[in-house]
Design a protein around this ligand. Structure first.
Ligand code: LMR
Length: 394
């Protein structure tokens, strides 16, 4: 039976992670997978996480099952963190999931339960797993323009024109903030324009929120999706706590589904619960409980927000430092866009051959589409990365 399986090639991000680990060069630089790194290249356990874990270890007296939707206190805390008071609680159905990927998967499975023929509009470009999951589930895949590669900027007219072609049977994936892979952000006015179009076409937004806090800060990064939530009757949000709580391997995520009224909310909640039951039964609890402990304790929450802000501003500094170095070494402003973009990622405009040359000659690892993770930079390695980029002909 199992010999009938077809070989699978790893996702390009996961494949690069494996390649990097196998590279024996001591001075290799990982600008691949989207994890935060500090100045020493480590992905730290955040202070508030350590403290909340310690409390949990001391006080938790059972590892018995929690509800199929996850811990209600976690779902309430994450709903408030993401949505603030943009929508009343009776519009929200929420379930815990294994990480943000689990949340995207559950949200798209919910779509398939509602309409197996749904088309999912994905920004061009996007996180590769969006299209992979859409295709795996047998949903229709469509693209909308998002990024003008020549201008290194958002293509708002293209985006709006393409969203005009959507209809009630369609889903539109939007990145809540820190667009992956481009770092090109939507302004609040852009979100308002999207809300206006989707309000007319009836397409359902699925907002993927994996980097809350890494763009302009916790509140500013949630403002766009909150605007959308207040303007439209239905919306799905996939939330990840991997990056902003540094809980990657603990797999902490949630789906928030917004409905127009409590009866519709209950229908959605029942379907989400059933999907959890089918796919993994109970969502992982340890990391979710750590998040709840942090968000529910004023001192821990303040410390977490402060550490996240340090991480966010470090990435901003690294963006500026790399852009400055490239300007000095190239004598041109063609990399100035790096300083203005947001979050962990930017596309440096490298061809696949240039990506290979940077990896093979200089040990600088980036995704094949030219995406770099700015958090993989440090004061020490920026000169080498800039040199590798220019030597590759960028
Ligand atoms: C990334 O884009 O590198 C991260 O979101 C990690 C992942 O799961 O792909």
């Amino acid at each position: 039976m199992l010999s009938r399986l077809s070989p699978q090639s790893p996702d390009k991000i996961i494949g690069l992670m494996q390649q990097f680990r196998a590279d024996p060069r001591a001075d290799k630089i990982d600008l691949g997978v989207g994890v935060y790194r500090d100045a020493r290249g480590r992905t730290p356990v955040m202070r508030a996480v350590k403290a909340a874990e310690e409390t949990l270890w001391r006080t938790q007296d059972s590892k018995g099952y929690v509800g199929i939707e996850g811990d209600p206190a976690f779902l309430e805390a994450i709903g408030t963190l993401v949505l603030g008071d943009a929508v009343p609680a009776e519009r929200i159905a929420a379930v815990g999931t294994p990480g943000g990927t689990g949340a995207v998967r559950q949200a798209l499975e919910l779509v398939r339960l509602a309409d197996a023929g749904a088309r999912v509009f994905i920004p061009a470009p996007s996180w590769p797993n969006h299209a992979a999951i859409v295709n795996f589930l047998g949903l229709g895949e469509a693209a909308y323009r998002y990024y003008d590669a020549a201008a290194h900027a958002l293509d708002l007219p293209g985006l709006l024109a393409d969203l005009e072609t959507t209809g009630p049977g369609d889903v539109v994936i939007l990145h809540g903030c820190c667009h992956n892979p481009t770092g090109a952000e939507l302004t609040l006015a852009d979100w308002a324009a999207i809300a206006e179009v989707l309000g007319r076409t009836g397409a359902l937004p699925l907002v993927d929120l994996a980097y809350l806090g890494f763009g302009d800060g916790l509140e500013a990064d949630a403002a766009g999706l909150r605007l959308l939530a207040g303007a439209l009757p239905e919306m799905l949000i996939s939330v990840s706590c991997s990056k902003n709580f540094g809980l990657y391997r603990e797999r902490v995520g949630a789906v928030l589904a917004l409905s127009p009224d409590p009866a519709a909310r209950d229908l959605v909640r029942g379907n989400l619960s059933n999907l959890n039951r089918q796919n993994f039964a109970f969502p992982p609890d340890h990391g979710a409980r750590v998040v709840t402990g942090i968000l529910g304790d004023a001192a821990l929450r303040a410390d977490w927000a402060a550490e996240l802000e340090t991480m966010r501003s470090r990435i901003e500094t690294l963006r500026r430092t790399l852009a400055d170095r490239l300007r000095d070494k190239s004598g041109s402003d063609r990399f100035a866009f790096l300083a203005g973009q947001k979050g962990l990622f930017s596309l440096i405009g490298a061809t696949p051959d240039q990506v290979t040359a940077m990896r093979e000659t200089h040990g600088v690892y980036l995704i094949g589409d030219g995406r770099i993770n700015l958090a993989g930079l440090s004061e020490n390695n920026i000169p080498k990365v800039a040199e590798a980029m220019l030597a590759a002909g960028l």
